[in-house]
Design a protein around this ligand. Structure first.
Ligand code: CP
Length: 306
């Protein structure tokens, strides 16, 4: 079995992303191919999740595999002091694949280095969320018909938002233009701006969430302010309601504009937006099953026509 972990979007080429999207499209029309019979997949979620864990588990179940794991680290021996290395080595005795959401940035990469079992990063701290990126790019492709030459506005918590960090890297292959809308406290980290500058990808930063920016965009990527990453909750209180997208703000937006959000939503998208045909976030989450089926088969070296 070829071992190929999936821990960072930075490890993917443009061709890798296109191939995974093709596989995701295959699974969208063939969701129940029994390609994982006799395989056991472990889902180790040290941090809370609804969509990522359940869509990974749905992906495995639809592919005919079996799932073991936990969604609350307090019920595991890590709460007794077992190290991540030991936990990963133990789970590697039981499972053919490890899907993990650790608290610590870089922990998925570390895990992939201490086991021969493939590891999929289901979000490591504020660092990366590469499987979310695959469902995001698949959603962008489905709604725009292409990934090339798009204007993408990212709004909200660009400092801690790992989905934003991964998506910037993923879309960097497709000649994008970015607008970053964030308060000073939650601006995009310099490392991502340097990355864009090195690749000569244009971006602009704003602190106002204006209709001017919305009206020029093809994708409006809303994000939640990540309460769990703040060490001082008074700081969170200051910014938690900083931007709220209301339906009236979309009146002059482009016909092809689609609103994405990795979810969960707190209050950054008003409920009146949900019925707007440009709201795509619930379909986006559904695309997660197909994108994750593609990723799982890829890391296990299983061709979809096997
Ligand atoms: N988008 C996302 O990661 O959602 P969950 O935290 O519910 O998995």
């Amino acid at each position: 079995m070829k071992k190929e972990s999936f821990v960072s979007v930075a490890d993917l080429t443009k061709e890798d992303i296109n191939r995974l999207m093709e596989k995701a499209a295959f699974f969208e029309t063939n969701p129940n191919r029994k390609l994982l019979e006799n395989r056991v997949c472990a889902t180790l979620f040290f941090e809370p999740s609804t969509r990522t864990r359940l869509s990974f588990e749905t992906a495995v179940n639809r592919l005919g595999g079996r799932v073991i794991g936990f969604s609350d680290a307090a019920t595991t021996s890590s709460s007794k002091g077992e190290t991540l290395k030991d936990t990963i080595k133990m789970v590697s005795n039981y499972a053919d694949l490890i899907i993990m959401r650790p608290y610590l940035e870089g922990a998925a990469r570390y895990a992939s280095e201490v086991t021969d079992v493939p590891v999929i990063n289901a979000g490591d701290g504020a660092n990366q969320h590469p499987s979310q990126t695959m469902l995001d790019v698949y959603s962008i492709y489905k709604t725009q018909g292409s990934l090339e030459n798009l204007t993408i506005a990212m709004v909200g918590d660009l400092k801690y938002g790992r989905t934003v960090h991964s998506l910037i890297v993923g879309m960097s292959h497709f000649n994008p233009k970015f607008y970053f809308i964030a308060p000073d406290e939650l601006k995009l980290p310099d490392i991502y701006k340097q990355f864009l500058e090195e690749k000569a990808i244009p971006y602009r930063e704003f602190s106002d969430f204006s209709e001017d920016v919305i009206n020029q965009s093809d994708i409006l990527y809303m994000t939640r302010v990540q309460r769990e990453r703040f060490t001082d909750l008074m700081e969170y209180e200051k910014v938690k309601n900083i931007y709220i997208l209301k339906n009236s703000m979309l009146d002059k937006s482009k016909d092809n504009l689609r609103i994405l959000h990795p979810l969960p939503r707190v209050n950054e998208i008003a409920y009146d937006v949900d019925d707007n045909p440009k709201a795509y976030y619930f379909e986006q989450a559904k695309n997660g099953v197909f994108a994750r089926q593609a990723i799982i088969c890829n890391v296990l070296g299983i061709k979809s026509d096997d």
